[in-house]
Design a protein around this ligand. Structure first.
Ligand code: GTP
Ligand code: MG
Length: 273
């Protein structure tokens, strides 16, 4: 027993982890890493060719961790190069550009690529994912709002941060929380600790918010057919109001969705006898 003591102390102190970055080309993956590791920003776009690899030592809580960072190229052309780097990863930095909706829509495809490369025995459950909604300094061009990004991330049990590699906003906080969650994962034998899995809202709530956000008119928002009766409208309204009431629903975007439901009902009832 005695002999185990120093060994346990040593493993607690130094930890070696592997982290990868994922996301479309030009969303700012390399700049986020550079901002954190080198405290600088390069405005000129230098596409990553295949993979950039770096090692860095960081201090998180009372632990020193050695991080192997594999910064992947986002361009589809490099698929063959990056596909072998997905395995044995403890953390993924998943990045999109808040001004490029297609880079947000592509997040699912990135997860699918990783899942495919890990194969049937790979386990994405026990990897810490952090989503970076990057380039928030370009507020004028923003096309994906915070609640939409946060909902996508948190409904999957992922961390979410708003970042700017240019100004540095959110970067340190993101990395500290990310590394901290990876330490918790490693301390828990490589499994996501149960406390980090619960998201505080249901899939039904998340789906309803997404559906309402994409609705084209009031009928659509309430999920009733044009020409529905007052009763049908009220029934649909009550169901959604209970599901999304801000006192009961903590999902990102629930307040806006609730308001949309209230307004849709008011608008429809005005015109139904
Ligand atoms: P690939 O390596 O091709 O996959 O791209 P990447 O995701 O690594 O993008 P990179 O970090 O090279 O950044 C792409 C471009 O966006 C560069 O011109 C950066 O200067 C710019 N950029 C990155 N982050 C930010 C940011 O937070 N704000 C602004 N305004 N520009 C940024
Ligand atoms: Mg890059």
């Amino acid at each position: 027993m005695e002999a185990n003591v120093p060994k346990r102390k040593e493993t607690r102190k130094s930890l070696r982890i592997k982290v990868i970055s994922m996301g479309n080309a030009e969303v700012g993956k390399s700049c986020i890493i550079k901002r954190y590791c080198e405290k600088r920003f390069v405005p000129k776009y230098l596409a990553t060719i295949g993979i950039d690899y770096g090692v860095t030592k960081v201090q998180v809580r009372d632990r020193e961790i050695k991080v192997n960072i594999f910064d992947m190229a986002g361009h589809p052309f490099f698929y063959e190069v990056r596909n072998e780097f997905y395995k044995d990863t403890q953390g993924v930095i998943l990045v999109y550009d808040v001004g490029q909706k297609d880079s947000f829509d592509a997040l699912d495809a990135w997860l699918a690529e990783m899942k495919q490369e890990l194969g049937p025995h790979g386990n994405m459950e026990n990897v810490v994912f952090v989503v970076c909604a990057n380039k928030i300094d370009c507020a004028k061009h923003r096309s994906v709002d915070e609640s939409e990004g946060r909902l996508w991330a948190e409904s999957r049990g992922f961390l979410y941060f708003e970042t700017s590699a240019q100004t540095g906003e959110g970067i340190n906080e993101m990395f500290q929380t990310f590394y901290s969650a990876i330490i918790d994962l490693c301390d828990n034998g490589g499994k996501r600790p149960p406390s980090s899995v619960g998201v505080g809202f249901t899939k039904e709530q998340a789906d309803a918010i997404r559906r309402i956000r994409n609705s084209k008119d009031s009928w659509d928002i309430l999920g009733v057919k044009p020409g529905a009766t007052r009763d049908e409208v009220n029934k649909a309204y009550r169901k959604l109001a209970v599901l999304l009431h801000p006192d009961k629903c903590v999902a990102p975007g629930s307040e806006d969705a609730f308001k949309a439901v209230v307004n849709a009902r008011t608008a429809l009832l005005k015109n139904i006898k």
